[in-house]
Design a protein around this ligand. Structure first.
Ligand SMILES: Nc1nc2ncc(COP(=O)(O)OP(=O)(O)O)nc2c(=O)[nH]1
Length: 287
């Protein structure tokens, strides 16, 4: 069974030795399972209050078929405030260390270079940065670590990004930003096959901007690296369906499938099992 086989394939390799992103994603779309070790994430804050809770959830997502686990210690929801470094390290590093002995690649969702370095030392195979490695020292931390990175577009900061997002041409501007960040990452010595990009749904975008980015997602594929998409449970889906944040499973699965049909190579989701089944249908038709 392809997905099981694929994750079984992962089981025999240490995450850090994983081939680059594109060789993984090119086989079939990858499922990145979300593990928020925060009290205040927009949809599942507090679910993984302790390291033990996070590890139980990780085992559950792996069982459901996650190809990758994304550990986040700081909510980036609209209106959120930064978490101090010591607290973020306290939340994230024990989970990464404990997972490093398991056979599934782990990414850490952080924008702080110090957290990146600690995460890489603890065994993280990727840094997922909603700030696209723009903090001083971030590019160097990832390059020195020899790990993968996801570069995501955000207009402004989480605390204020939804106040008044404005673009002349959202697709062209987001794509131009991601092209610049790719160039910066390559110039810093990060290998192209270790890089992914993400248009950042909900990060400084109106509903109309999000719709345009999803409608034209295929325009990001010619940047030459896998496109990662995170739509799971987000407000864009609530706007489309009228459902509140706890009732967006079906829309999240439809959005992940839509993203993959439009070229996404990695989908970042909370509900792995449902997404896996939807992508099994996609894979059967597209293999
Ligand atoms: N690359 C990438 N990373 C992300 N990290 C967090 C969130 C927000 O979702 P979640 O982590 O569930 O919520 P919170 O930020 O409140 O913890 N979305 C993305 C995304 O779309 N792309």
């Amino acid at each position: 069974e392809v997905i099981g086989g694929h994750s079984a394939h992962l089981k025999n390799r240490h995450p850090a030795a994983e081939p680059g992103f594109d060789s993984l994603a090119s086989r079939r779309p990858l499922i990145m399972g979300v593990i928020n070790v925060t009290p205040d994430s927009f949809s599942d804050g507090g679910l993984c209050a302790s390291t033990e809770d996070a590890l139980r959830h990780a085992a559950c997502l792996i069982e459901q078929g996650a190809d990758w686990l994304d550990i986040g210690g700081e909510s980036s929801r609209p209106g959120s405030m930064p978490v101090d470094m010591a607290e973020e390290l306290r939340r994230v590093i024990p989970v990464v260390e404990a997972l490093s002995s398991m056979d599934v690649p782990v990414s850490v969702d952080t924008s702080k270079p110090e957290v990146m370095r600690a995460a890489i030392r603890a065994g993280a195979a990727m840094i997922n940065d909603v700030n696209a490695l723009r903090a001083a020292g971030a590019l160097e931390a990832v390059a020195a670590g020899g790990v993968s990175a996801c570069l995501m577009h955000m207009q402004g900061e989480p605390g204020s990004m939804q106040a008044d997002p404005r673009y002349d041409d959202v697709v062209a501007e987001v794509k131009g930003f991601l092209r610049q960040r790719l160039d910066a990452a390559l110039a810093a010595g990060i290998q192209r096959d270790r890089l992914a990009i993400d248009p950042g749904f909900g990060f400084g975008k109106t509903h109309d901007h999000n719709i345009k980015l999803l409608r034209h997602l295929d325009r990001f594929s010619d940047l030459g690296v896998p496109v990662l998409v995170g739509l799971s449970r987000k407000a864009i889906l609530g706007k489309m369906t009228g459902r509140n944040v706890g009732d967006r499973l079906h829309a999240s699965v439809a959005a992940a499938l839509m993203a993959v049909i439009k070229g996404a190579g990695i989908v970042r989701v909370h509900d792995v099992k449902a997404t896996r089944d939807a992508l099994a249908v996609y894979n059967a038709v597209n293999s």
